[in-house]
Design a protein around this ligand. Structure first.
Ligand SMILES: [Zn+2]
Length: 80
């Protein structure tokens, strides 16, 4: 089970970002980006299938289209 490296929310769902993903395969690959919809932490999938906090440089590389999409998502509420 994967967890957000910042807020420890279990990562159990993914969204395809139009224009970023070429296929419908949503399985994360090492190096893929993950943005937590609860705390907005930017994380990177590692070779062993976990998430680590992205470096500041990696955060700068998040495309504007992704940031816009994140802004449209209902966020901020953890399931109780
Ligand atoms: Zn989080």
């Amino acid at each position: 089970m994967m967890e957000c490296p910042v807020c420890s929310t279990v990562v159990d769902a993914a969204l395809m970002v139009p224009g970023i993903h070429a296929t419908l395969d949503l399985s994360p690959k090492p190096g893929d980006l993950s943005i937590c919809v609860y705390c907005f932490a930017v994380a990177i999938f590692t070779d062993d299938g976990r998430l680590r906090i992205a470096t500041p440089k990696e955060c700068e590389e998040v495309p504007d289209s992704v940031l816009k999409l994140i802004g449209t998502l209902p966020t901020g509420r953890k399931p109780s």
